[in-house]
Design a binder for this molecule. Structure first.
Ligand SMILES: [Zn+2]
Length: 441
C-alpha cells in the first residue's frame, strides 16, 4: 500500500501477478483521478499549486502519468471519480416553479462588465430577463473610475439609465507594473486622498457606491511585498469620503470557510477548489479568514457614518450567529445573499429566523447576470417551502454537494429585502423604482 500511494505509476510497471495487478489497478485508478484533478489545477494557477500538492501530499510525478485504461465512471464494478458523481435524488416532494418575483426587485450585486464585457446583445437579453422576472433595477459593481467608468456608464445608460445603477472601484495599481507592488499607485503618498477626491467626483457623475473586491487583503501588496491590510489607517480618507457623500461601500472580504481550510478529503468544497485553485487561501502568507473579517470589522467600527454592505452575507453564511453579532455591534452594516442561497438554503430554519429578525438590514443580490434558471431559484428559495432543490442550474452543484430548502418569507419581509431597504440605503434606487412602477402602470 505504501508503494501504491507514494509512487502509483511504478507499480503498474513492475508486473505483479495478475490478480494483485487487477485489484491494484482499481485503487490506482482512483488515486490517479485525484492526481489528475490536482495537476490540471496546477497548470491553471501556479501560485496555489504548491499549496495543493503540499496539502494533499500527493506526488508531483503523476502529471506525466498515462490515464487509466478504463473510465472511472462507477459502472460495471469500476471505481468512480468524484467529478463523475451525478446522484439523482429519488425524493418526490412538491415543486413550485416561481417564474417571476412576487414583488419588484433591486439586485444590488451584479457584474455587468466582468460577466458580459460590453456586449450589446447580452445587455438587451438581460434587460428582457429583468422584465420577465420583475427585477426593476440592478447595481453593476464594475464601474472602475476615470475613462473606464465613463465607458461603463455610457454602455449601461445609453438605453437603460433607469434600470442600472453603478458602483465605482478603486485603482490600486494605476500605471504601475503588476509584478512590482512598489510601483503601484496605492503605495505612493497621497493615493487615498486622491482616490477620495475621485470618488466625490464619481458621486457627482451619478455613481451610487463603492465596491471593494476580495483581492484587498489577499492579493494587493505594499512596497515590501507584504499583503495590504484592510484596516490600515492610510485608507481612512476613502471610507470617510464615502460617508460624507452618502456612497455605501459594498465590501467583499475573505470567502467561504472551506476556501481557507487545508485541501484534503475533509474539505467540503474540494471539487470546486480543484477547479479553481486560485480560490484556495490556505497556507503561505495568507491571513486567516477571521483575521480578514476582523480587520474589515475594525474599519466598519471606526467609520460609523459610512454604510457598509457585507457582500455574500458578510462572508459568514456558514455561521449566521456570527453575522448576527456583527449586525448587533455595527448599526452601519448591511448584508446581501449573492451566491449564498447555497449556504442559507442548507440551514432553512436558522436562515428564516435570521432573515425575519434582520429584515431591515438585508438587501437582495445575486452576483449575476446569471441564466434565468438560476435567477428563478432565488425566488424559489425566498418565497416557497419547497424541499431539497438545486441552488444552481449546473448539472453538478458548483458550490458544494448539497441541495437547499425554501424559507417562505412573509410578504412584508420579502418587500424589504427585495427592494425597500435598497431604496432607503443606495442613492439612485428610489427614483428608478418609482419610474419603473410608473412605466408598468
Ligand atoms: Zn460579485
Amino acid at each position: 500500500m505504501h508503494i501504491l500511494t507514494a509512487r502509483p505509476l511504478s507499480v503498474a510497471a513492475s508486473k505483479p501477478p495478475l490478480r494483485l495487478f487487477l485489484s491494484l489497478l482499481l485503487l490506482l485508478g482512483s488515486s490517479w483521478g485525484v492526481l489528475a484533478d490536482c495537476s490540471a489545477a496546477r497548470a491553471a494557477a501556479p501560485p496555489a499549486a504548491d499549496d495543493i500538492a503540499a496539502a494533499t501530499g500527493e506526488p508531483v510525478a503523476a502529471k506525466e502519468a498515462e490515464p487509466p485504461a478504463e473510465p472511472l465512471d462507477g459502472r460495471a464494478g469500476r471505481e468512480l471519480l468524484l467529478r463523475n458523481f451525478r446522484p439523482q435524488p429519488q425524493l418526490r416532494v412538491a415543486e413550485t416553479q416561481v417564474a417571476i418575483a412576487r414583488f419588484p426587485v433591486v439586485d444590488v450585486h451584479t457584474h455587468m462588465f466582468y460577466r458580459q464585457r460590453h456586449n450589446e446583445q447580452a445587455l438587451e437579453d438581460f434587460v428582457a430577463l429583468m422584465d420577465r422576472n420583475r427585477i426593476a433595477v440592478c447595481a453593476s459593481l464594475d464601474g472602475q473610475l476615470g475613462s473606464q467608468l465613463e465607458e461603463h456608464l455610457d454602455f449601461l445608460w445609453e438605453d437603460y439609465r433607469n434600470r442600472f445603477i453603478v458602483f465605482a472601484n478603486l485603482d490600486w495599481m494605476g500605471d504601475g507594473d503588476p509584478d512590482k507592488p512598489a510601483t503601484w499607485a496605492c503605495n505612493r503618498p497621497g493615493w487615498a486622498e486622491r482616490s477620495a477626491e475621485r470618488l466625490v467626483e464619481a458621486a457627482e457623475r451619478g455613481v451610487s457606491g463603492l465596491k471593494i473586491f476580495k483581492r484587498f487583503g489577499l492579493e494587493y501588496r505594499d512596497a515590501e511585498g507584504k499583503l495590504l491590510r484592510i484596516d490600515d489607517p492610510r485608507w481612512d480618507p476613502i471610507w470617510e469620503a464615502c460617508g460624507r457623500t452618502g456612497l455605501p461601500v459594498l465590501i467583499h472580504t475573505a470567502d467561504p470557510s472551506a476556501f481557507f481550510e487545508p485541501l484534503g478529503p475533509e474539505n467540503e468544497r474540494w471539487e470546486e477548489l480543484s477547479r479553481h485553485p486560485d480560490w484556495h487561501f490556505h497556507g503561505g502568507d495568507f491571513p486567516s479568514r477571521m483575521e480578514l473579517l476582523e480587520a474589515r470589522n475594525r474599519v466598519i467600527a471606526r467609520h460609523p457614518k459610512t454604510q457598509f454592505i457585507g457582500a455574500h452575507m458578510a462572508n459568514s453564511a456558514e455561521d449566521l450567529r456570527l453575522v448576527q453579532k456583527w449586525l448587533d455591534d455595527y448599526p452601519n452594516l448591511w448584508v446581501e445573499p449573492a451566491s449564498r442561497i447555497s449556504e442559507l438554503g442548507r440551514q432553512p430554519y436558522t436562515a428564516r429566523d435570521f432573515l425575519i429578525r434582520n429584515a431591515d438590514r438585508v438587501l437582495f443580490g445575486t452576483d449575476g447576470p446569471w441564466p434565468e434558471t438560476r435567477v428563478r431559484l432565488y425566488w424559489r428559495f425566498f418565497e416557497t417551502r419547497d424541499e431539497y432543490f438545486p441552488y444552481a442550474e449546473n448539472e453538478f452543484p458548483p458550490q458544494g454537494f448539497w441541495r437547499i430548502y425554501g424559507v417562505h418569507l412573509p410578504d412584508d419581509v420579502l418587500r424589504k429585502i427585495y427592494h425597500e431597504n435598497a431604496a432607503k440605503l443606495i442613492p439612485g434606487v428610489a427614483e428608478r423604482l418609482a419610474a419603473w412602477r410608473e412605466a408598468k402602470e
